[in-house]
Ligand binder design. Structure first.
Ligand SMILES: Cc1cc2nc3c(=O)[nH]c(=O)nc-3n(C[C@H](O)[C@H](O)[C@H](O)COP(=O)(O)OP(=O)(O)OC[C@H]3O[C@@H](n4cnc5c(N)ncnc54)[C@H](O)[C@@H]3O)c2cc1C
Length: 328
């Protein structure tokens, strides 16, 4: 009765959220007195045995041409086979786009209780209870799961990556793979240097920037911080920025270590997608803007003055540190 973790990859590279899911799954396996195993679908350039350092003892690799493009129905069927054959008592996903598409389908297929968006390790001393966010992050719920097979999808940044010394055994899994019902004819990659949902730092801007022509300063700040860019919903609705940057209740929910909000009022629907950020910095010219109540640090000022100064200051700081490292 193992813990099985879905190892999500993009273009052959394992996602950071999967490193968190493996570290989390390994800890739950330890709590339950069992082992953690991983399942990875499709071709990869990663050294799979090296993923053992995140606590997985074995990786079931299902490599098939039909699994190159993500297909939730097909992936669910394959993961269900691996879970059944390995006797998994718990399957762990990241609560990202792929996890959100597969976990509920797998739950129906395996008749397994699902807790989506877990934020902590489960309580396993008396039953199996998992803590998750509810009401757009305004409260927590502790959900008891009593089905023999259980599924958890873990929120991004809810559990730290734990690196050890282990090496995983890698085994090829021969799954029965139906021909896909959906054919992917082309893929359009989101622009931006750092993917939003994986980013440690996010620089986000709202209607306070007046128009798309003013986003250069947001991109400059993001570049010096190696951050992803995001925006409020009206900005995406007005086509100032693409919809894949829209964060909030109806956009992406993110949890970076640092979220910088520029010219965003802080409406409840916006906060719903960003209030799990570790540190929030707000730049707004209105001292009464609601976002300041959720901020760890606030700058009351005109974004057009503050942001370029901030970028220059960070550039100088980075240059100074580079010089110091060079001299020592
Ligand atoms: C069902 C529903 C779902 C929604 N989902 C989302 C969602 O997912 N995400 C989302 O973002 N919104 C969502 N909204 C919209 C949300 O209610 C707000 O309308 C929206 O977040 C406001 O965007 P904003 O802060 O960019 O613009 P505004 O509310 O217009 O705020 C602009 C801010 O910029 C400041 N500002 C102006 N000029 C400057 C300057 N020069 N320097 C610094 N600051 C300046 C102003 O003081 C103001 O605080 C939703 C609404 C509904 C009803």
């Amino acid at each position: 009765m193992s813990v099985l973790i879905f190892i999500d990859q993009t273009e052959g590279h394992v996602k950071k959220s999967s490193l968190e899911a493996m570290s989390y799954g390994a800890k739950v396996a330890e709590q339950l007195g069992t082992v953690a195993e991983g399942v990875l679908l499709g071709n990869t350039s990663e050294d799979l045995s090296g993923l053992g350092k995140y606590g997985v003892k074995k990786i079931h690799h299902v490599n098939n041409a039909e699994l190159v493009a993500f297909d939730a129905q097909l992936y669910t069927k394959v993961i269900a086979q691996v879970a059944t054959e390995t006797g998994a008592a718990l399957v762990v996903f990241s609560n990202n786009m792929d996890g959100k598409a597969i976990a509920p389908r797998l739950s129906a297929r395996l008749k397994a209780g699902l807790v989506s968006g877990a934020v902590a390790l489960p309580e396993t001393n008396n039953g199996f209870t998992v803590k998750k966010n509810v009401f757009s992050g305004k409260a927590f719920a502790n959900i008891s799961v009593s089905t023999p097979v259980k599924i958890i999808s873990l929120n991004a940044n809810a559990y730290k990556i734990v690196e050890g010394e282990g090496v995983a055994e890698v085994s090829s899994f021969n799954a029965v793979i139906d021909s896909p019902k959906i054919k992917v004819t082309s893929t359009t990659k989101a622009t931006g240097e750092v993917p939003l949902t994986e980013a440690e730092i996010v620089v986000s801007a709202g209607r306070g920037l007046k128009g798309p022509e003013n986003w250069g300063m947001v991109e400059d700040l993001a570049k010096v911080l190696h951050a992803a860019t995001a925006c409020s919903r009206p900005v995406a609705d007005s086509h100032w920025r693409p919809h894949n940057e829209h964060v909030g209740q109806t956009g992406f929910a993110i949890a970076p270590n640092l979220y910088i909000a520029i010219g965003i009022s802080g409406a409840i629907q916006h906060l719903a997608g960003v209030n799990r950020s570790k540190v929030i910095v707000v730049i707004n010219k209105d001292p009464e803007a609601p976002f300041f109540k959720a901020a760890d640090y606030g700058i009351v000022g005109d974004a057009f003055e503050v942001v370029p100064k901030m970028t220059e200051a960070i550039k100088k700081l980075k240059a100074y540190h580079k010089l110091r490292t060079f001299r020592s």
